[in-house]
Design a protein around this ligand. Structure first.
Ligand code: PMP
Length: 389
């Protein structure tokens, strides 16, 4: 039987750049002691108090179908969180709760792209972006950035890609680069969207992980309110990756259509998960800071290690749980280096190439193991790089 073109071409052609990751997983499964710095997931689990709230809700009977758009109290919490953080008045009608940011990204593209429309995204990119775009029948078009500009998109690259495009997907704080877009970059992006009548999809799932500078939501920029869809999630901010709870914030008319889409696809998010999210958000920044603290601390530790050598150059690490390291001085590609590092030192990191051509010759290191192990891995990585220079 023949499958649809859409599903069979979802991940595009060629190597998917996940060989190192798959090899590391196999080594771990066969009992080898690999230091795993590949995946963006906390080394702590969901806070026990959040689990207690989830348990109380489920035992209290919130195990039936929940309202498709999300329970009102959670839509209210998310709306007031955005109002407080961005200064833009946001109402529950501007919010739909989704099964994680991943589903929100798919739904947002579904809402604004028709079959064959060009959907822009910035290279380097979170690995699933092109597949999400293809999944709605749109055509992914990458906007290249350069390490020398801290991977922030420049005016020329934006203007070259924009004509005829329907949407632009951005992500700040950024996975994989750890870069936080500055105001000038966001204004440039906004101007491009307005000039070319493009929807902006702003993936802000790392908004609580900012080590330098400030997180700015482009939805708050002049002229952007009616053309921006913000994607958020409890995954990174509250170590709730497995709970699958996120949201889309946008104009009410778009949210209404998205609710119709959810009615025919996901049918919403479990009520007990949403109640746990309400509890978690009610704890305010104290809980968010507790969850993000290990990454902030490890990033500071990494700055010291990286500052004391010159085989590896770090891209300014301003946010998110990753370091982007430039290893071009070794003469190896990211893939070659990552494979060699895994073989020689049993340290698994992601080759930059897994996240697009703009990140070639780089490595993404997730700061997701305890401090001592992380430091040791980073020191060994730098010494390994030095042996090639
Ligand atoms: N956007 C980015 C940039 C991510 O890194 C991730 C998860 N790794 C997501 C969205 C999706 O996260 P979730 O579905 O768990 O909310």
């Amino acid at each position: 039987m023949q499958l649809s073109k859409r599903i069979s071409t979802l991940t595009g052609d060629g190597s998917d750049g996940w060989d190192v990751f798959n090899r590391a997983r196999k080594m771990i499964a066969s009992g080898e002691p690999v230091i795993e710095l590949t995946i963006g997931e906390h080394d702590v689990r969901t806070d026990p108090t959040i689990l207690a709230a989830m348990d109380a809700s489920a035992r209290g009977g919130h195990t039936g179908y929940a309202t498709v758009a999300g329970v009102n109290a959670l839509r209210e919490r998310v709306a007031s969180r955005l109002t407080e953080r961005t200064g833009v008045a946001t109402r529950p009608g501007n919010v739909m709760i989704t099964p994680g940011g991943q589903s929100a990204l798919y739904s947002a593209h579904h809402a604004v792209c028709d079959e064959g429309d060009v959907a822009l995204f910035i290279d380097p990119y979170y690995a699933t972006y092109p597949g999400t775009i293809r999944g709605v029948g749109a055509v992914p078009r990458a906007i290249p950035t350069d390490a020398s500009d801290a991977f922030q998109p420049g005016r020329d690259a934006l203007e070259a890609a924009a004509p005829g495009a329907r949407s632009l997907l951005i992500n700040s704080p950024n996975n994989p680069t750890g870069v936080v877009y500055d105001r000038a970059t966001l204004e440039r992006i906004a101007q491009t969207c307005i000039a070319h009548d493009i929807w902006l999809i702003s993936d802000e799932v790392y908004d609580t992980q900012v080590w330098e500078g400030t997180h700015l939501s482009p939805r708050a920029l002049p002229g952007m309110l009616e053309r921006t869809l913000v994607v958020g999630s409890m995954s990174k901010s509250h170590a709730m990756t497995g709970s699958r709870c996120g949201w889309i914030v946008g104009p009410e008319a778009v949210i209404e259509h998205l609710i119709t889409l959810a009615t025919h696809t996901t049918y919403g998010v479990p009520g007990f998960v949403q109640d746990a999210a309400i509890y978690a958000l009610d704890q305010g920044p104290a809980l968010e800071d507790k969850v993000s603290a290990p990454f902030r601390r490890r990033r500071d530790l990494a700055q010291k290690v990286l500052g004391a050598q010159n085989a590896v150059t770090a891209v300014p690490s301003q946010g998110a749980m990753y370091l982007m390291l430039d290893i071009r001085a070794t003469g190896l590609s990211g893939e070659e280096f990552a494979n060699a590092l895994l073989d020689a030192h049993k340290i698994a990191v992601m080759p930059g190439e897994s996240f697009g051509q703009a990140a070639a010759g780089h490595l993404r290191v997730a700061m997701t193991v305890e401090d001592e192990v992380f430091l040791e891995a980073l020191e060994r990585l730098c010494a390994f790089a030095a042996s090639y220079t």
